[in-house]
Ligand binder design. Structure first.
Ligand code: MLT
Length: 410
């Protein structure tokens, strides 16, 4: 009766577990001034270009001649076009409007995308990894069994991302028969990036082996170094092997509004044993969207559109730059104190090594109890995250400064 795969999942979702722990602490210590640099949730208000567009769109809903009901299930053309043009074609990537599928965010898309693949494909993930990729495959019955000794799943191929490989996963051997590869750059949680040459190697590997790359580009807005690709479609041949996930959460602060997109090029095709012909993945995702999704709200898509106006682009850039100041401050501050620190340069995440041989969760407890700073234990992202800890730059500048001052006292 039950989908028992759900019961295989150990504990709760990482960020729900942390929130519960922090709430418990807060109940016991009602006066504690807690600084939350755990979940990557933004704190700056939506920029005025977005707010103004929201107001206009809300007013349209109040009048019969401009009212909008169900949105087109794949997204409004105005937004699909704006994304394809600004995020892709203007940067030299060949993506057409109808390859952009608008959704309520990259989290749900990254969890749902596995549905269009067969149950028995083998997946590969970076380790550490954003837990949604793995958990959603566990729920679907694709991950095998959990091994407490290794903190990993029997059918998941883990690619360690550690200091010795500059946090860039090594290409697996072809004999592993990996068919679905999840990559996220700038990376969550390590905050590290991949250059074009290394990303090209992944694209070449996927094309050679008939694998698909799910490329999570939710943090692309944080890339300031022009040699770092903002999209996998900057690589040659990516149209035949890569699906890209995009988000409005981290660049434009839509964590509460919910808006994202998945790019599925028509050129990714596989032979269907049932149809006895090549089938586009695009057609499966389109069918899925049509059946299971009624489209992101009109007013939210209009807000998304505002991000592509001149004013919107300028304001969003300023917001991102503000968060990057926090990242710089946190990274430099921790370094000065003596921590070994990674990320935080083309990314809002700072990834630090815990002091001595402290585990990630011991360090979490220490920070919460002694200085009331919340971060995310690296081991929550996978076995190779043990002895690491993630701090986000999404707080206010004042809180970023205060957090470092408090950590300095430890
Ligand atoms: C994170 O903190 O890793 C992210 O904010 C979680 C998310 O985007 O769902």
């Amino acid at each position: 009766m039950l989908n028992e795969n759900y019961l295989k999942l150990p504990g709760s979702y990482l960020f729900s577990g942390i929130a519960n722990k922090v709430n418990e602490y807060s109940k016991k210590n009602p006066d504690a001034d807690i600084i939350r640099l755990g979940i990557g949730d933004v704190t700056k208000p939506l920029c005025s270009a977005v707010i103004d567009e929201l107001h206009r769109a809300v007013d349209e809903m109040a009048s019969a001649d401009t009212f909008k009901g169900y949105a087109p299930d794949l997204g409004y053309e105005f937004l699909r076009h704006a994304m394809a043009q600004n995020d892709y074609r203007d940067r030299g990537c060949d993506i057409s409007d109808d390859e952009v599928f608008i959704s309520d965010g990259a989290k749900s898309d990254s969890a749902n995308i596995q549905e269009i693949f067969s149950k028995d494909v083998k997946i590969a993930v970076c380790d550490p990894v954003y837990p949604v990729y793995v958990d959603s495959n566990v729920m679907a019955g694709r991950a095998g069994d959990y091994d407490e000794m290794t903190s990993g799943w029997s059918n998941v191929f883990y690619m360690p991302c550690v200091a010795s490989n500059n946090f860039i996963p090594e290409i697996p051997s072809e004999s592993e028969n990996i068919k679905l590869i999840y990559l996220c750059f700038p990376n969550n949680p390590t905050g590290e990036v991949i250059d074009k040459e290394n990303l090209q190697k992944w694209v070449d590997f996927a094309n050679k082996t008939g694998a698909v790359i799910i490329y999570d580009a939710a943090y692309e807005a944080y890339i300031t170094d022009s040699s770092i690709p903002k999209s996998i479609y900057e690589c040659e041949g990516a149209r035949t092997c890569a699906i890209e996930l995009r988000s409005f959460s981290k660049n434009a602060g839509f964590t509460g509004l919910r808006l994202g997109a998945t790019i599925v090029p028509h050129d990714i095709k596989f032979y269907s044993e049932v149809k006895k012909e090549e089938v586009e993945l695009h057609s499966l995702w389109k069918r899925r969207h049509g059946t299971k999704y009624n489209g992101a709200p009109y007013i939210v898509q209009r807000a998304g559109f505002a991000c592509y106006t001149d004013e919107g682009k300028k304001q969003i850039k300023e917001q991102v730059a503000g968060y990057m100041e926090n990242a710089k401050f946190i990274k430099n501050g921790l370094k000065e104190i003596g921590y070994t620190v990674f990320g935080g340069e083309n990314s809002p995440y700072v990834w630090l090594h815990t002091p001595g041989d402290m585990t990630s969760w011991e360090f979490f407890d220490l920070l919460l109890e002694k200085v009331q700073v919340v971060g995310t234990p690296g081991s929550g992202f996978g076995p190779s995250g043990e002895h690491f800890f993630r701090l986000t730059a999404f707080g206010s500048y004042e809180n970023s400064v205060k957090a470092i001052e408090r950590i300095r006292t430890l």
